[in-house]
Design a protein around this ligand. Structure first.
Ligand SMILES: Nc1ncnc2c1ncn2[C@@H]1O[C@H](COP(=O)(O)OP(=O)(O)OP(=O)(O)O)[C@@H](O)[C@H]1O
Ligand SMILES: [Mg+2]
Length: 257
């Protein structure tokens, strides 16, 4: 059974069909990419999968369970996490605290504020801090363990977001342009990190404009155009598809760069 299944999904904003009758499946334990020109509906699709938006029509299921009507937090509890195209970092916190926020989504800490002094909660926080440290090392932020978030450079913040998403121990991780704005060395590091995450058992869905990264790292690629599926397959299949090349006219074609 596929991990994620999207069936006839549609999202309309006024007259714009950002996602239009889209169906696809994501298999477990692989690196899947979703590409397409600007405005193709990629971020909207992530917002639908995570529950930020309610679809106009269609169905989303995770592990065979219909999650279409579930709120964001319930989907996170079932194993869906994401990073954002525009960084969503808490700049008034330390780096470790940012990662711990992700961990707390995983723990049931609804009553945390009033119970902070209870030993059990203190232990839970200590273990969250230890796990956050481990995750920062995992994403390559060893030298920023004691940093305040607002002192970190952009490239490190992109990885901090990934660490925060991983802190909730997702089965499905959605990455929205993790390499945007990064230099070639930083992008190569993200490539290696994505492979490490997939190797650790988390299924990755990557939205990215950096075609060298996408073509190199993906087991499977879905190409969107105007919210619809334009093509699907391996890097080789997608790259040589004339429809795909045509959709990218005026932008960097998937074969280039
Ligand atoms: N909240 C919204 N309200 C109205 N229109 C929206 C909203 N979100 C997205 N859209 C529209 O939906 C379409 C798809 O946008 P989306 O951000 O999903 O594209 P994208 O594939 O992520 O593009 P990019 O590669 O530039 O990030 C665009 O036409 C966009 O203007
Ligand atoms: Mg986007």
């Amino acid at each position: 059974m596929s991990l994620l299944r999207v069936e006839n999904l549609t999202k309309e904003f006024g007259g714009v069909r950002a996602v239009a009758d889209l169906s696809f499946a994501i298999d477990r334990g692989r690196i899947h990419s979703i590409i397409g020109p600007n405005g193709a509906g990629k971020t909207t699709l992530f917002n639908l999968i995570t529950g930020v938006y309610t679809p106009t029509a269609g169905r989303i299921s995770l592990d065979g369970h219909d999650i279409t009507a579930l709120p964001t937090a319930a989907r996170a509890a079932r194993g869906i996490q994401r990073t954002f195209q525009n960084l969503q970092i808490f700049f008034n916190m330390t780096a470790i605290e940012n990662v711990m926020v992700g961990r707390h989504l995983h723990l049931d800490t609804r009553f945390l504020p009033s119970l902070l002094s209870l030993p059990a909660i203190r232990r839970a926080n200590r273990s969250a801090a230890e796990r956050a440290t481990e995750l920062m090392r995992f994403v390559g932020l060893d030298s920023w363990l004691d940093a305040d978030a607002d002192a970190m450079p952009y490239g490190a913040l992109k990885r901090l977001e990934i660490a925060r998403a991983l802190a909730a121990e997702p089965s499905l991780l959605l990455l929205d342009e993790p390499a945007a704005g990064l230099n070639p060395k930083e992008t190569a590091d993200i490539d290696a990190l994505i492979q490490k995450i997939a190797a650790s058992g988390t299924t990755v869905v990557l939205v990215e404009h950096d075609m060298k990264l996408v073509m190199g790292v993906s087991d499977h690629i879905l190409v969107l155009d105007y919210g619809q599926r334009l093509a699907e397959g391996t890097a080789e299949e997608v790259r040589s598809n004339p429809e795909v090349v045509r959709a990218y006219l005026g932008q960097a074609a998937p074969g280039v760069g």
